[in-house]
Every structure is written in C-alpha cells, then in structure tokens.
Design a protein around this ligand. Structure first.
Ligand SMILES: Cc1cc2nc3c(=O)[nH]c(=O)nc-3n(C[C@H](O)[C@H](O)[C@H](O)COP(=O)(O)OP(=O)(O)OC[C@H]3O[C@@H](n4cnc5c(N)ncnc54)[C@H](O)[C@@H]3O)c2cc1C
Length: 378
C-alpha cells in the first residue's frame, strides 16, 4: 500500500481524498484536520445556500487576463468533468443564478453532510480531527509532524487554506521548508476603507451603483451591484470583487469610482429640480457632502461618479479569502505537484490564484482536488 497524507481537511483536500480513494485501492489516505469538522467552509458558502460553482468553469473565461490561470487549469475540459462528477457525488443537480451554481436543496448542509459521510464511510480514508499541524519535517518518505508523530508518507498534500475569516495566522515556515516562492497573504473579498471622514452618518445606507476599480487612473474592473456604506468605507459583493484585483502593497495606486446614474433615485434627480422631495435624504446628503468637499457640481458628480482613494482593506476576519500564497509556477497545473518535488502537492487557497465571489473559489478548490487525484502519480 502507498501512504498519502493530507494536511488540512479543506474542500480541495476532501475532494482529492474521495476521488483518489475511488480510483485506487492501493492507497491509504490520512487527513490531519485542526478542527472537529472537515470542509467546514462549505457550510458558510453562499450565505448558507452553497454557491459551489460558476458557469465560467463550464463555458470558459473569454481571454480575460485576471482569469488566465483558472482558464489554463480547465483547458483540459476538467471544468465540465468536475461539474458532472459533483452531480453524481452529491446526488443532486444544481441550478444557475447569475453565473452561480447552487444545489437544488439550496442548503449548504446537504452538500457538506454528503461529503463528510462519503469520507467517513471510505475504507481507505482516515481522519485525525483536532490535530493542529505546527511543524513538519519530510525526508525520504518519512513525515514527522510536530516533532513527535512519525508517519510513512509517499505523497504529502498541503491543503491548509489561508488566513481569512476564523483562521489563525498562516505558518509560512511550511512553505520555507520546501524553498518555495510565495507572496504573504493579504485579505481579499472584504470591505474597503476609503479616505473619507464623513461616511459615519450615512452608515447602513444601501444603494445600487456602478463600481469601477481604477489602477493608476485606468479602469481595471467594473461591476454593477448593491453597495453598503460603512462608518469608514464601503461594502457589498461588487466591492468584495474589486478587492480580488487589488495588490495591498500598491494601495496608493488604486481608486474607486462609484456612479449612481442607473439608480432610480438619481434618474429622478436628473429629471427634477426638487430632488430632495423624491429621493432618500441620506443618499442626497452623501453626494452633497462629496461635492462640497471636492468642490464639484452636483450634476457632474452624478454623471461622472464619485471617486475615492482607497485607504485600506478590512482585516482577515472580515475577508472571505486570502490573496497571495505560493507562486503558481511552482506547481504543475495538471496535478498540483511541486515542479521540484513530485512527492509534494499543494491544493486550494494556499496557491496564489485570486478570484472574485460567485462560486469561483470553492469551484476551483474542487477542480484542483479532482485533478490532483485524477492525475496522481505514484
Ligand atoms: C464567509 C465565507 C463565505 C464564502 N463563500 C463562498 C461562496 O459562496 N462560494 C465560493 O466559491 N467560495 C466561498 N468562500 C471561499 C471558500 O470557502 C474558500 O475559497 C475555500 O474553502 C478554500 O478551500 P481550501 O480547500 O483551499 O481550504 P479550506 O476549505 O479553507 O480548508 C483548509 C483546512 O485546513 C485546516 N487547517 C488549517 N491550518 C491547519 C493546521 N495547522 N493543521 C491542520 N489543519 C489545518 C482548516 O481547519 C481547514 O479545514 C467563502 C469563504 C468565507 C470565509
């Protein structure tokens, strides 16, 4: 028998374990998981509705430079293959809403329960729960965890996630052990702090807007959606998505432009002189404050949008994913083995691939786990 050890029972690692156990009966798979639950992030995905996949994995990504790596990963048809695999695995079909796929149950628990029960029933997968991997040494197929536990290991799989939401600090020595090039994690898919001091009184206001992220004054990402004004900044899915494309060490180079010309209230304003009679007072006040501070005519602000400097990203606790991780050229996109050490595989968020909300992140983790197992070599 061959021994495979997975550090971290995340979404990618669980799919890897299941697929490998289905393909090979000559492997023993051990998963070391820090918490008492496997793949727990499935439970909080899509606000509990389980937004697990995105239609771009099936239809392709249209040569957009932000999606170059995921496009390469699915160029072998694996996006379609994985979608069919998930239907059988979870015994459900998925419905489509704005490019996002959800299971028909509309409940994350159904998908999570099925995944965990399949793993727990599998004869060649064992899970060691509540095991916090703090130190590793891996030489000549001997893995030593936390200086004490010596394990035979023919293939070592890392699936430790990032630092977002409720996770602790990431232990970068794991990456240093293998001499890997990586970028330290920064929060992504999170609210933004803006360089403004008059938002507090508008906090909680929700507005429909067109949001454009500018880099060195050039638009790089644009989306329409609901925004939420916060004490010190701004939130909303379209804001989260902008953060997927922001490199924190270059924050000074980014600006956010927010246009309201599709907004019902603004349409009324543009066609009416007594706009305060018709539209939300908070909303008018916010725009008025912006105009006053920036010395801009109201109509210009409404037409050209409000442009803000970005002060900071919200912290990891408020972020859905961590941007950064191992440089993608350290791994094979076929099975995610390290190019320089075929006994080691890296899956999921620890790889430096940044994607927006919408089932891209779980979807990619699942595709990576699936391909890692399908193209597993030992
Ligand atoms: C609030 C929220 C909502 C989200 N919603 C969506 C959504 O709707 N759609 C979507 O596509 N994505 C969503 N995501 C992102 C998605 O959950 C992640 O991208 C995905 O789970 C990453 O999978 P992974 O396998 O890389 O790691 P994870 O699933 O994060 O798993 C990592 C595992 O490693 C374990 N671990 C960490 N350190 C150690 C250690 N030292 N020792 C042992 N075990 C360890 C962790 O406990 C965890 O089980 C959301 C994330 C959050 C936080």
């Amino acid at each position: 028998m061959k021994n495979v050890v997975i550090l971290g029972g995340g979404v990618a690692g669980c799919i890897f374990a299941l697929k490998l156990s289905q393909l090979r009966d000559d492997v023993n798979i051990k998963i070391y998981e820090k918490s008492s639950k496997l793949a727990s992030r499935i439970l909080i995905s899509g606000n509990g509705r389980c937004n697990i996949y995105n239609s771009h994995f099936i239809n392709g990504f249209n040569n957009d430079k932000f999606y170059e790596i995921p496009q390469k990963i699915i160029s072998d048809g694996s996006g379609i293959e994985v979608f069919e695999y998930m239907k059988k695995l979870f015994n459900t079909d998925f419905y489509l809403e704005d490019d996002r796929y959800y299971p028909f149950s509309n409940r994350s628990e159904t998908i999570h329960n099925k995944l965990v029960s399949l793993i727990e029933k599998s004869k060649n997968i064992s899970v060691i729960y509540n095991y916090n991997v703090k130190e590793i040494s891996y030489k000549n197929n001997k893995l030593i965890l936390n200086k004490t536990d010596e394990i035979n290991c023919d293939k070592l799989v890392f699936n430790l996630g990032g630092m977002s939401y409720l996770y602790d600090k990431f232990n970068y020595t794991f990456l240093d052990t293998f001499n890997l090039k990586y970028t330290k994690f920064t929060p992504a898919l999170c609210p933004l702090k803006l360089d403004v001091n008059y938002f507090k009184k508008y906090s909680g206001t929700r507005l429909y807007a067109n949001v454009t992220l500018l880099y060195k004054n050039k638009p790089i990402y644009e989306e329409n959606g609901e925004i939420l004004i916060k004490d010190d900044g701004i939130s909303g899915v379209c804001i989260f998505n902008c953060t997927a494309f922001i490199t924190k060490c270059e924050l000074n180079n980014y600006q956010l432009n927010i246009k309201f010309d599709g907004h019902h209230d603004v349409k009324l304003k543009l066609n009416s002189d007594n706009y305060k009679d018709n539209i939300s007072v908070k909303f008018c006040d916010l725009i008025d404050s912006y105009c006053e501070l920036n010395n801009i005519e109201l109509n210009d602000a409404l037409k050209n949008g409000l442009t803000f400097k970005i002060k900071d990203l919200y912290d990891f606790k408020n972020s859905q994913v961590s941007k950064g991780g191992i440089c993608i050229d350290e791994v094979s996109l076929n099975n995610f083995e390290l190019i320089n050490n075929k006994n080691v595989v890296f899956l999921g968020e620890t790889l430096d691939i940044s994607l927006p909300c919408g089932g891209y992140n779980l979807g990619l983790a699942i595709i990576e786990g699936y391909k890692g197992a399908k193209n597993f070599e030992l």
